[in-house]
Ligand binder design. Structure first.
Ligand SMILES: Cc1ncc(COP(=O)(O)O)c(C=O)c1O
Length: 402
């Protein structure tokens, strides 16, 4: 890529970029895929792996016990709960399946969800339909986009409803579903509520009490800027007190007390698995500490950059911005006419611009509604600059020039 001017908006932006070695030579607009980790996270990961090599994996984990405990406190603080309500798991998908598996679904039971829920979540619902005869019903969207909480209410009022599950920020389209309004509906109907906050954490304030959810899932690597391969699950006191536990509880989640009996661990730990990638757990803690220090300014800047990006992209001939919803977050999705998004992604990457692409399988309902077959996703974060956006749009414009 040709050299481009770097014009930091402020000393704060300068500091964020200084902490982010990955932004030196690339324009990283794939933060909804995996954001660039800041230096303190990279150092934490390297230090722990080094220590495992020096003294042994189990020994290094014991040495790091206090920092591991702190990870729970930090994640809990980030989402407005207590450490005992947080389970650290491999990723958001595992968090989601652990939560789903806590329900004893029977034929005819109902899961109410949305049209924009994450594809892996939709697959899990369909698997439950096939294996257990669960009925999957999807609430209507509002005309502006995103689920209509009233429609959720109408469907969830059916006494067969066992769960409402919503992807707060779906993987594409800048959409922010009204997860708090759905939470209000669920609380009124006393129906358990599972929120996929995978794309929300790190770009929005998350408060499980405001959402009134029973379970909430998150991942390390996206807007939170943690490492890959680590995530978390929030479990409400209500569910814990009710004795909820995952179907395949392991020996971290329970004690085998008698040949035919087990006792559940206290707190959300019962949703965890025994083997932990401790370096990643510590990296998650460090990323959370970093996100808390950045505060709400980070998400606000990411959203403002996304709004600017939408405007710049909409001005390009043959680009259709597909984003919907009353509020639009830091995920920008476009259809580029006759161009294949996967190919464009690779050609942009060759020029130092990171984006991502999706096709129909990544959102059957969503893509059909938009009349798109492949889409390109650009997701800025607070450490991106306005100059980077201009350079990325220019690179795209040249690639799609007729
Ligand atoms: C909305 C949403 N939910 C869940 C996930 C799954 O996260 P993970 O890959 O950490 O399991 C993703 C990943 O892209 C996502 O976009």
């Amino acid at each position: 890529m040709t050299s481009r001017p770097f014009a930091p908006a402020s000393a704060v932006l300068d500091a964020w970029r200084h902490d982010t070695p990955g932004c030196r030579d690339r324009i990283h607009l794939n933060n909804a895929g995996a954001a660039l980790m800041p230096r303190p996270v990279l150092d934490t990961l390297a230090r722990h792996v080094q220590r495992e090599g020096e003294i042994g994996g189990y020994e290094a984990a014991e040495e790091a016990a206090a920092a591991v405990r702190e990870t729970y406190e930090l994640v809990a603080w980030l989402v407005g709960t207590a450490a005992r309500n947080i389970a650290v798991v491999e990723n958001a998908t595992v968090a989601f399946s652990q939560a789903l598996s806590a329900f004893d679904f029977h034929p005819g039971d109902r899961i109410v969800t949305t049209r924009a829920d994450y594809p892996s979540n939709q697959l899990m619902y369909l698997s439950l339909a096939r294996r257990c005869g669960v009925e999957i019903v999807r609430a209507d969207d509002l005309p502006v986009g995103g689920v209509d909480p009233e429609s959720v209410g109408q469907l969830a009022r059916d006494p067969r409803t066992r769960l409402v599950a919503v992807s707060w920020v779906p993987t594409n389209s800048g959409l922010v579903q009204d997860a708090a309004a759905v939470g209000g509906v669920c609380a009124e109907l006393e129906v358990p509520y599972l929120v996929d906050a995978c794309q929300a954490v790190g770009q929005m304030a998350v408060d499980v009490h405001e959402l009134r959810c029973d379970y909430l899932t998150g991942t390390g690597r996206k807007f939170l800027r943690g490492p890959r391969g680590i995530g978390f699950l929030y479990v409400s006191d209500r569910m814990l007190e009710r004795g909820a536990f995952p179907l395949f509880v392991d020996m971290r989640g329970a004690d085998w007390t008698d040949p035919d009996a087990f006792r559940l661990a206290d707190g959300a730990r019962r949703f965890e698995n025994w083997e932990f990638a401790y370096a990643l757990v510590l990296g998650l803690g460090e990323a959370t500490r970093y996100a808390l220090a950045v505060g709400s300014a980070g998400g606000e800047r990411a959203w403002a950059l996304a709004a600017e990006l939408r405007e710049r992209l909409a001005a390009l001939p043959s680009v259709r911005v597909l984003d919907r919803g009353r509020e639009r977050c830091a995920i920008v999705t476009i259809d580029v006419g006759r161009h294949d998004a996967a190919d464009l992604k690779l050609r942009l990457r060759a020029q130092g611009v990171n984006t991502s692409s999706s096709d129909r399988d990544d959102g059957v309902l969503d893509m059909e509604a938009k009349g798109a077959t492949t889409v390109l996703r650009l997701s800025p974060h607070y450490y991106n600059t306005e100059d980077e956006l201009a350079a990325a749009v220019q690179a795209l414009a040249e690639l799609i020039r007729p």
